[in-house]
Design a protein around this ligand. Structure first.
Ligand code: FEO
Length: 406
């Protein structure tokens, strides 16, 4: 059965929802599913903006068939070639052999690399500043390299103010009928998945997002709709989401608060983490979030680390090193270019505690623009009352460091 919605009078969402995929990019859990958004414009010419993952191709085809209602498909416009959007390109070419394909030079290169038989079809290569008219609607193309792949572009419809934003302004989570961000309680139900999507998928490329935001700033008053390739379409309160993207891509925390990530084998490092959390709350800082790195997917840890200003890493020593899951979390921070946080360390080790020094070295040598508090709680096997003063002083240092911040 077709499943479509109008974005505007002549623009349709013709994408698909996916609740079957467990791991996005075969790595990030998506318990609320994901949507692959594709859009169809019915102008004097008909234009499909992007396709969907191969698993959702049948739905796209049914949707296209319904909305086209016998009209030919004139153009296929590809903003982003990653297979979660590009995998159905070849099927579209088979079904609509006369369709003209519009994309960037690099995207065409990638299509060939992925083995798509595009040659023999009319290919229109566009670059930043080029325009194309489909009748009433004229679009202009804006390069968006590394948001999220190098070939990516976004397309702006200057006639109705629709920005086809590719991976930018996307979110995990299936739409399940609710196409627009103003049809859901985004700040309550979606923001965590939006942050987890952006920070883990495109987080590394903050400067490139900043570049795109700067380009968008020049036409901000003309943007009426933001149509991303995943998650809800924005037509109200655009500034709310643009502001989030600005913060995330500048690696600026959204909130003053403390993430305590602990790695514990028998519960003793966990106990120290809980004791610190209680101390912080007792002293008035209750925006405290405690996570067991062994039981929390690293994509959620990363997302929370982007949200909060302070991070306490509490790790047992394992094989004279950092506990592997904690090490993986730190490595992911490095890979995603996370910056500008205040860190504190708790270390444990029964005969040779080394995790504290090793984490300190990683934070100072491998991560950018991090502040590390001098106060460290170090203990052997289990924390006891003799360490109460150290714990107190760590809690005080965290709270004091917050006073210096905006
Ligand atoms: Fe949703 Fe970079 O693809």
């Amino acid at each position: 059965m077709y499943c479509v919605r109008n974005v505007t009078e002549d623009l349709y969402w013709v994408g698909a929802n996916d609740h079957r995929l467990h791991l996005f990019e075969n790595i990030h859990p998506i318990p609320r599913g994901v949507s692959y958004n594709a859009y169809l414009l019915l102008d004097e010419k008909t234009v499909l903006f992007d396709t969907v993952d191969w698993s959702a191709c049948r739905q796209l085809l049914e949707n296209l068939d319904h909305v086209l209602a016998g009209r030919p498909l004139d153009y296929l416009l590809i903003n982003h070639m990653e297979p979660d959007h590009g995998a159905s390109i070849e099927e579209i070419l088979l079904r609509y052999p006369d369709v003209k394909v519009i994309s960037t030079e690099k995207a065409f290169l990638f299509m060939r690399q992925f083995g798509f038989h595009i040659d023999g079809h009319e290919l229109i290569t566009v670059k930043e500043g080029d325009t194309q008219s489909f009748g009433k609607h004229t679009v202009t193309f804006v390069a968006a390299p590394m948001v999220h792949w190098p070939e990516a572009m976004v397309t702006f419809d200057t006639t109705n103010g629709v920005l086809f934003a590719a991976d930018a302004f996307g979110s995990f989570g299936a739409l399940d009928g609710k196409l627009f961000a103003d049809e859901v309680n985004f700040d309550r139900d979606w923001i965590d998945d939006a942050r987890r999507y952006l920070t883990n998928i495109v987080g590394k490329y903050g400067p490139h997002i900043q570049l795109l935001l700067k380009k968008a700033a020049g036409i901000l008053d003309q943007i009426k709709f933001i149509c991303p390739l995943h998650g809800p379409v924005w037509r109200e309160n655009l500034g709310y989401f643009i502001d989030k993207y600005d913060k995330w891509s500048r690696y600026e925390p959204e909130e003053k608060g403390v993430l305590i990530a602990y790695a514990s084998m028998y519960g003793n490092t966990e106990s120290a983490a809980q004791a610190l959390a209680s101390k912080l709350c007792e002293k008035g800082m209750s925006n405290v979030w405690v996570y067991d790195v062994s039981n929390t997917h690293v994509s959620q840890l990363i997302s929370e680390t982007f949200r909060l200003s302070h991070v306490v890493v509490a790790s047992v020593t394992y094989n004279l090193g950092i506990y592997p899951v904690m090490h993986n979390y730190l490595m992911d921070m490095k890979a995603l270019n996370l910056q500008n946080r205040t860190f504190a360390i708790i270390e444990n080790g029964s005969w040779a505690p080394t995790s504290g020094d090793l984490m300190q070295k990683f934070i100072t040598d491998e991560l950018k623009d991090m502040t590390l508090l001098n106060e460290r709680v170090s203990f052997t096997s289990s924390l006891n009352a003799t360490k109460a003063a150290e714990l107190e002083s760590l809690a005080d240092a965290i709270i004091d460091s917050m006073k210096d911040e905006k």
